[in-house]
Design a binder for this molecule. Structure first.
Ligand SMILES: [Zn+2]
Length: 259
């Protein structure tokens, strides 16, 4: 997950976040190194499974706006209205607030995803970041991950990357159709407990990882790597994924949707 904390404190138009050094990630501070429930992980075989009915994710019926807030670390879009909610039917109809969507990619097509599914890395990974208030009153996050394998051009990514990609040029995207990435009829997903994948790496995330990959084209991956993130003078970002972290006994749960 990329700098969503920074977004709230820095503000929408600012661009002052520094570029994370993914080659020095073993030296990220605090919980990033001392934590016992870090992310991403190579998701282990599920220890339990549950059959559910109903939708995977109920997104708002009305269209809503997302702003291009690319920062030095990722291509990112934030939901303009902080009160836009989605419902997670299989999680007690939990209401979550939609915050932002961003992408992870790699220097080559061999790995760009943060999570591995059954030991397999993918070319890219999208994170839809949402928040909710837990029973103890603390803020937690539910992040919906979707991986991309090399293949046909992805229309959603095309929509994300259309036009000016420099973050100095915020761009409203009307009717950003998140349902293309997170369809209501998604058949299978894995969950586990983890943390943010960028500093401060706080272990307050319910991860939801859709198992079926979408496709992204080679040209789209090249364009992501070459994007002038944050600043026209800044080097392009060839890689922005964190290495997998120790499981420390954590298990995953498989959800299968029927009907
Ligand atoms: Zn992320």
């Amino acid at each position: 997950m990329i700098f969503f904390m920074a977004f709230w404190t820095i503000g929408a138009a600012s661009n002052s976040a520094t570029q994370l050094n993914y080659h020095a990630q073993d030296h990220w501070e605090g919980v990033c190194t001392t934590g016992q429930a870090q992310s991403p992980i190579d998701i282990p075989a599920p220890s339990s499974k549950q059959y559910v009915t109903g939708n995977f994710l109920d997104l708002p019926k009305n269209s809503f706006m997302m702003n291009n807030l690319n920062n030095p670390n990722t291509a990112k879009y934030a939901v303009e209205n902080e009160k836009i909610e989605a419902t997670v039917p299989w999680s007690g109809n939990r209401k979550v607030t939609l915050l932002q969507l961003h992408l992870h990619w790699g220097a080559s097509n061999a790995q760009g995803s943060e999570h591995l599914i059954k030991g397999k890395a993918y070319a890219a990974e999208a994170h839809l970041v949402t928040s909710y208030i837990a029973d103890d009153g603390s803020t937690k996050y539910m992040v919906f991950a979707r991986v991309f394998k090399l293949g046909r051009e992805n229309h959603f990514i095309k929509q994300m990357m259309a036009g000016e990609m420099n973050s100095g040029q915020n761009r409203n995207i009307a009717s950003f159709s998140l349902g293309q990435l997170y369809p209501a009829n998604t058949a299978e997903w894995l969950t586990y407990q983890g943390g943010l994948t960028t500093p401060p790496c706080s272990e307050i995330v319910d991860w939801v990882v859709v198992t079926k990959p979408l496709t992204i084209s080679n040209a789209q991956l090249k364009k992501l790597r070459a994007m002038p993130l944050g600043d026209r003078n800044m080097d392009a970002l060839p890689r922005n994924w964190r290495n997998t972290q120790n499981l420390n006994g954590r298990r995953s749960k498989l959800f299968l949707r029927s009907g």
